[in-house]
Design a protein around this ligand. Structure first.
Ligand code: SF4
Ligand code: SF4
Ligand code: SF4
Ligand code: FES
Length: 658
């Protein structure tokens, strides 16, 4: 143990503890900004500076480890003045328009100002970083960026992507993709994990609330709303409920109170996904047994951040992906076909809104494969956070709402659907159904939980011995099937590298783009509490266990839609409405820049890949990027790109509305 004194208090802490941690452990608060426990400690903001007796300068407490006999003062005049000056310097390079900012009243910079007692701005604000980057999922506003680099750590080290980084030096420093390109032109997965950690309004989901309000206020539009499993165990936090409180009934009531004509549950489509994905797995197995060439392991396809990642990084392995659309897209497709016909509404007058824990879902609905004859499966995606904003805007007292049910026929779901929101849940739900189909018996795990794949570890695996199978599956008798689960793109890369090298021992792999799965998706309420993930996870497992029916194939309304409309899983109608394909993408490389500019001139927002590229930047590539960066600056092309992107987004939004 190390013995030291903080503010005249003698304390002992383990070796390797930082001054900040030591202080926190003994209830001494040191203001901080860029630091995130266990994730990010780059010492970039210096707000956590303290006086260490004998040291020549103030020390950043979040990166300075304690030493034996150290004497620390956290609250002297010198320290207070230094913190205030550092804060003023941050403000001097920050566009302060709190009244128009999405993060107003939920901003760590504002809270810090209050904590430090800053009541005026002493320097003129002169942020040089003025160009916005508005993508379908993520909006980047560099004029609000305080260069804390949390986003860089999350994108590089947690997600393993490196889509954004610090560009330039000194006053020209900016957090941006290479060449300061828009995020939509690089390998960004749209996961939104950077929007969770950004302390200010520099990175956030691209707002969809205005479009949804327009649809809700239009008497000629039939608004269908759906919500994902993970939303019900997180939206309560926005209204003061303890973390991990399931508010499913109030959520349904809130969507109805906002004015939705139909309130459906994405869980219903999760059950449908299991029918389609489980059947696809069995069809692949049957093909394999017949000696036909088929890609194994099969990979789940529910997470659009994961899909974009694999399209960029492993474009030659796309045939491993299940062809199933994600549940939100399935529900949209069924709403605009089966349900629209049933209620006699022109699907062109139907507006489907998904409430999702995920920012990547905003991009997913714009994919060309999800738009048929000019009609999108889903018209708008709200994050959990945005739904919270809309409920407040409408003056709805969420806590006083009664528990209501979702509407028929796309509202009934099983417990298997609830656990789609946690890492391992899709795999467990699929196994519950697939095992029963091939054996005629329930999944042989206590309480139907496949315990080896429950939890938050990065990579989990389970083995299932196939015994006493039904006659049509006898060829599989005695086989030991291995499955794997990962969440977060870092773990995904590990499992994908195994497949690329031909070493994967698995039959089926579940991959979710965000660490922990949808419960900690990029659109969920922000929290620094490390226990949040576990509490939300527990709540979803409780939802599952509270259901009478816990296997997707037993859902009566799923049985009904196959009987009345789809005919059979993976049949012709299903393939038309519920399945999709994927696109090989590349990171934008120098030779693409010229064609990108041409495409932008012709008003296309996205660069389609012309050819595959190695994803590992070589040193010559880095030099080329540098040269291009300079050229782009000289020619002011960047400015044009941003203008075109914004114009294009506006055009698309207006076009869709019309
Ligand atoms: S990021 Fe925070 S301080 Fe900056 S404008 Fe927005 S609310 Fe205000
Ligand atoms: S959305 Fe995800 S992939 Fe894109 S920059 Fe943010 S963290 Fe990186
Ligand atoms: S964008 Fe946000 S998280 Fe990233 S460096 Fe700027 S302020 Fe920090
Ligand atoms: S919080 Fe310690 S340097 Fe930013």
């Amino acid at each position: 143990m190390i013995h030291l004194t903080i503010n005249q208090k003698q304390i002992s802490v383990p070796e390797g503890t930082t001054i900040l941690q030591a202080a926190q452990q003994h209830h001494i608060s040191i203001p901080n900004l860029c630091y995130m426990e266990g994730i990010h400690k780059s010492g970039s903001c210096r707000i956590c500076s303290v006086e260490v007796v004998g040291a020549k300068t103030l020390m950043a407490s979040c990166v300075t480890e304690v030493r034996e006999g150290m004497v620390v003062n956290t609250n002297t005049k010198k320290v207070q003045d230094a913190r205030k000056m550092l804060y003023q310097l941050l403000l001097s390079d920050h566009r302060q328009d709190c009244l128009h900012c999405q993060r107003n009243l939920d901003c760590e910079l504002q809270q810090l100002g209050q904590q430090l007692g800053v009541t005026e701005t002493i320097f003129e604000t002169t942020s040089a970083r003025t160009q916005m980057d508005v993508g379908f999922s993520i909006t980047r506003d560099p004029s609000k960026c305080i260069l804390c680099r949390r986003c860089v750590t999350v994108c590089n080290e947690i997600q393993g992507l490196g889509a954004i980084n610090i560009q330039n030096r000194g006053f020209d420093s900016i957090i941006a993709p290479a060449m300061e390109l828009p995020l939509s032109h690089v390998n960004c997965a749209n996961c939104g994990q950077c929007t969770i950690v950004c302390p200010v309004g520099a990175l956030q989901e691209t707002d969809a609330t205005e479009r949804v309000w327009r649809a809700l206020h239009d008497p000629n539009t039939r608004v269908v709303m759906q919500c994902a499993p993970a939303v019900r165990v997180a939206i309560g936090e926005v209204f003061g409920y303890p973390v991990g409180t399931a508010v499913t009934g109030q959520l349904a009531a809130a969507m109805r109170a906002l004015g939705a004509d139909d309130v459906f549950d994405t869980n219903w489509a999760a059950d449908l996904t299991i029918m389609e994905e489980g059947t696809e797995l069995l069809q692949r197995l049957q093909k394999m047994l017949r000696g036909e060439k088929v890609a194994f392991p099969m990979l789940t396809s529910c997470s659009p951040g994961w899909i974009k990642f694999v399209e960029h990084k492993y474009p030659t392995l796309l045939d491993h992906l299940s062809s199933c659309k994600s549940p939100q897209m399935m529900l949209g497709a069924i709403a605009k076909s089966y349900y629209a016909t049933r209620i006699g509404v022109d699907p062109k007058k139907m507006f489907v809104v998904s409430v999702m824990p995920c920012t990547a879902k905003k991009f997913e609905i714009t994919r060309e494969e999800m738009i048929h004859e000019g009609l999108a499966d889903v018209d708008a995606v709200l994050t959990t956070r945005e739904l919270g904003v809309m409920i407040r805007q409408a003056g709805i007292d969420f806590c006083q709402l009664p528990n209501q049910s979702f509407d028929d026929p796309l509202g009934n779901s099983t417990g298997a659907a609830d656990i789609f929101g946690v890492t391992g849940g899709v795999m467990e739900a699929a196994l519950r159904t697939v095992y029963t189909i091939i054996s005629g018996r329930p999944l042989p795990f206590e309480n139907l939980h496949v315990t080896p794949i429950v939890g938050t570890e990065e990579i989990k695996e389970a083995t299932l011995k196939l015994e006493r199978l039904l006659p049509e599956y006898k060829a599989l008798e005695g086989a030991e099937v291995k499955v794997a689960v990962t969440s977060g793109l870092h773990g995904a890369a590990v499992l994908m590298d195994q497949i690329a090298e031909g070493n994967s021992p698995y039959l089926f792999i579940e991959i979710m783009g965000c660490p922990g799965g949808c419960i900690t998706g990029g659109g969920q309420p922000r929290s620094q509490d490390p226990e949040v993930r576990q509490k939300r996870m527990n709540a979803l497992y409780q939802e599952d266990e509270s259901k009478v029916i816990r296997e997707s194939h037993k859902n009566p309304s799923i049985e009904a839609i196959y009987r009345d409309f789809l005919v059979e899983p993976c049949g012709e109608m299903s393939h038309h409405l519920l399945h999709t394909h994927y696109i090989a993408r590349t990171v934008v490389l120098p030779e693409d820049v010229a064609s990108k500019n041409k495409q932008l001139e012709s008003n296309q927002a996205f660069v389609e890949p012309k050819q595959m590229h190695d994803q590992t930047p070589s040193s010559s590539l880095v030099q080329e990027i540098q040269q291009l960066q300079n050229q782009i600056k000289e020619l002011k092309e960047s400015e044009e790109i941003y203008k075109q992107i914004i114009a294009d987004c506006s055009n698309r939004i207006l076009h869709k509305k019309n």
